[in-house]
Structure formats: C-alpha cells, structure tokens
Design a protein around this ligand. Structure first.
Ligand code: FCB
Length: 461
C-alpha cells in the first residue's frame, strides 16, 4: 500500500530509497515540449502555430503570457543538455515544432529549423542521452488550421508527409519516435471546451478530429516502419481515472462518458482496433471502409502521461452533457490543486497493461506549484519531492504486481509555458528565472539525480 510520505507537511524531505525492484535497463528521463520551452517564435523562418495566435488573443492565457520567448531553449539548448547530464538521465523526450521545420505545414522545408533539431540531437548523443522524439505536442501549423486542421481528412496525409521528413532527417540518429502527445486532451479542449485552439465547440469537427488524428497516427507508424525498420515506435496518451464528483447516477454517467473521450478514444482504436461504445456512433459518420485497419498498426510501446484522477459532473447546458469538475474537498492536493493519489497511478498502470498488453513508459508525471525562490532563486520544493517519491513508489508497486513498466520521465526538466496557466504554474526540476533566463536546479533536481544514481549504480552519491 502506497502512502503519502513526510514531505507533504512541507518540512521533512523524503529520503532517497535504495535500489528499486525495476528492470536493470529501466529508463529514467525528463520530458518537455516545443511550444512550452523553445521560444524564438519568429526566428530563422519558423512559421506560426495555432498556439501563437491563440496565446496572443486577449483573455486566453493567465497574465497574458505567450510562448514567444518561453525558456529560450532554442538558443540555450546546450546549457539544458548540460543540466540533463548533471541529473544523470538516460533519455530526453522532446517534441518537434512542426511549423519550425515546415512553416506552411507542408511543402517548403525550413532548413534552419531542421538544423536546430540536428544540433539538439547531436548534443544529446554526445552527452550520452537518448533522444525520444514526439512528433506532435499540440503546435499545429496555423496554415494547416486555415485549411481545416484536424477536422479535415487531408490532415492525415499532411501528418504522414511531415513524419516522412523527420524520419529521413533524424532517423539516422533517433531510434525512438512517438506520434502524438495526449490527443484526448487537445481534441476535447480544442473542439469542445474551447480552452485550447482552435477553440470551437462543434460536435462534427470534434468527432472528425478524433478520427483523423487516429488515422494520422496509423499513417505515421507506417511511414516510420518503412523508413526506419529498427526504430522503436509508440503513442503517448493521458490516462487518469475519471470519477463522478457526486455518487449520483447522472454524475456517474458523466464520468463514464468523459472516460471515453479522455482515456479511450485513441488508445482503444490504435491498439485494439475499436472505438469505445458511446463514441463509436458519434464517430461513425467519419469512418470509411478500411479505416480501423489503417489506425491499428502494431506499435512497440504505450506512453502514459498521468498526474492525478480527474472529476466529472453532469451538465445539461454542455452539448456533451458533462462538465469538468474540481476534486471534492478534503482530498490531498498538490500546490496547484491537483489531487495526489498514488494508488490511482498504480491502478492506471495495471489497468493499461491489462487492456493494451504493451510495454509501458510513463512519459509524463510531475507536480505543479506557484513557486517563488529565495533571494538567490533557490527553490526548496519539498512537496514536489514528496509527490515524485510516492508516485515512483506506486510505479514500483505496479511493477511488483506484474505491470510491464520500462521507464519514467519527469514532467518537466524546466519550468515552462503551462498552456492556459501561462508561466504561473511551474513544473520544473530546474527553476527558470524568466527575466534573465537563468536556470537554477531545485531541491527536486538533486533528489531526482540521487534517485537515478541509486537505481543505476545501486548507491546514493
Ligand atoms: C500535460 C501536457 C504537458 C504539460 C503537463 C503539465 O497534459 O502534456 O504539456 O502541460 O500536462
């Protein structure tokens, strides 16, 4: 049984456990994404993405923040690789900004953009860190949105062509590719809740987008297999138990439906070849003969992003019939209000192993906070350490109970642009002082380094 460790009183730092019962080749990593860290939004020929326009619309993002400069990783990637080397991570998961390499989304290649990813990959390999490339972390080229975006069936071939480009340019050095990050989030938030671009509430576009993203995944897997037969390919899904906020029949039904949109709409067709029950009828108008075979292509692993359980309540005013809800009062929460429930993480891993029968990598897990450093910028983030510690305990417990989990990536290496919350929510192991772009490792960075060292070398340094 996993319990909350001492750090949640805000004082005592959980100790670093000794060697864990994990595979000797278990991968410890960190994750980021392009729009959240790169900055240089208008440099060297990068085209606009949907997030550029959206973040500049008044009222969309807390404090009017945008990703224009973010962590300036585009220029400071060398320093960021050095930070990762200090952590001792074996792998770095990042995403490619599609409009940086194809400013119009298709057609003319921006060689300066490709050169950036070349430098990044070369730097990682020189530091002994394996690059894990995610092809899509939400920054669709605006030019493609103007043609209909994911609601247009042509998006499947746009994505396949973009994948071919990246496979041909990076595939000599990159051996791990994921197609999409959390499609359950960007489709629901973009086409129903209007919290993300394209910020519409339109059932037809929503269900078309779900299906086209699934087809684009399948098409990309085919391209990657053809170009890079030895590569290890996966998909990255958010998976979190969905709970009714009240134990009423209405809220239970709301939770069951949100569960399909959030947890099942992508992994089910991609791995099992079928849409979940309630969604199947809604998506049927967009399904053509042979599509389910096009979507279900063999993959090598499933990436799972998990932070906390989520809550739903019935809402007759929403076209989906459900609304997002905060966790009920009284549950343990992280500093930004997300429930802390390591047992839900353990159970999510066990359920996913059972349902999908694939090796699992936890491609995101971490804790957000609205932190300020001390006078020198140092952050003693005891609560983050406590969170990571009990979640890694839960992962280990899932493994002991039979789950095939092969790696764990902390979200995130750096504080960064946290979508609608802007820069106020910080998830980094390393603090970013935005005015100076100074990087200051937090206490959690030292803890994670010791955790990795204990696992990899069997001793705490
Ligand atoms: C996930 C996203 C990631 C980050 C974390 C906190 O849903 O994939 O970009 O924002 O949440």
């Amino acid at each position: 049984m996993v319990s909350l460790p001492s750090g949640f009183d805000g004082r005592t730092v959980p100790s670093v456990p000794g060697r864990r019962l994990l595979r000797p080749d278990f991968i410890w990593g960190v994750s980021t994404s392009s729009y959240q860290i790169e900055g240089a939004a208008r440099e060297d020929g990068r085209g606009p993405s949907v997030w550029d326009g959206f973040s500049h619309e008044p009222g969309r993002i807390a404090n009017g923040d945008t990703g224009d400069d973010a962590c300036d990783h585009y220029h400071r990637y060398g320093e960021d690789i050095a930070l990762m080397r200090d952590l001792g991570v074996g792998a770095y998961r990042f995403s490619i900004a599609w409009p940086r390499v194809l400013p119009e989304g298709r057609g003319a290649v921006n060689e300066a953009g490709i050169a950036f990813y070349d430098r990044l990959v070369d730097g990682l390999l020189a530091a002994g860190i394996e690059p894990w490339v995610c092809l899509y972390h939400w920054d669709l080229p605006q030019a493609l949105q103007d043609r209909g975006g994911w609601a247009h069936r042509d998006s499947v071939s746009w994505f396949a062509d973009y994948t071919r480009l990246m496979a041909s340019r990076l595939g000599d050095r990159v051996k791990r590719f994921a197609t999409f990050n959390e499609p359950g989030v960007f489709t629901l938030f973009g086409y129903a809740f209007r919290w993300h671009p394209p910020a519409v509430d339109d059932p037809s576009q929503h269900h078309a987008a779900i299906h086209h993203v699934n087809l684009a995944h399948g098409a990309a897997i085919d391209v990657l297999r053809a170009y890079l037969p030895g590569a290890s390919l996966g998909t990255i899904c958010n998976m979190q138990p969905v709970r009714p906020v009240d134990p009423t029949d209405q809220d239970r039904a709301a939770a069951a439906l949100l569960d399909e949109y959030w947890n099942r709409a992508f992994a089910d067709p991609q791995v099992r070849g079928t849409y979940p029950q309630a969604l199947a009828g809604r998506i049927a108008p967009f399904v053509q003969e042979g599509d389910m075979e096009r979507i279900r292509r063999p993959i090598d692993w499933l990436g799972i992003n998990h932070y906390s359980p989520i809550y739903a309540r019935a809402d007759a005013t929403s076209r989906l019939g459900f609304a997002w809800s905060d966790a009920p009062a009284g549950v343990p929460r992280s500093p930004i209000g997300w429930q802390i429930d390591p047992e839900a993480f353990r159970d999510t891993l066990l359920d996913a192993c059972d349902r999908y029968r694939l090796p699992i990598y936890v491609t995101e897990n971490g804790a957000g906070a609205e932190e300020t450093g001390d006078a020198t910028g140092v952050v003693d983030d005891v609560e983050r350490i406590a969170y990571l510690s009990c979640y890694i305990d839960a992962l280990e417990e899932a493994v002991m109970l039979g789950a095939d989990v092969r790696g764990y990536f902390v979200w995130s290496l750096l504080d960064n642009f946290e979508w609608g919350a802007g820069y106020a929510n910080r998830f980094g192991l390393v603090r970013v002082d935005y005015p100076t772009q100074r990087r200051i490792p937090k206490a959690s960075a030292r803890w994670y380094r010791a955790t990795i060292a204990a696992q990899v070398r069997g001793s705490v340094p």
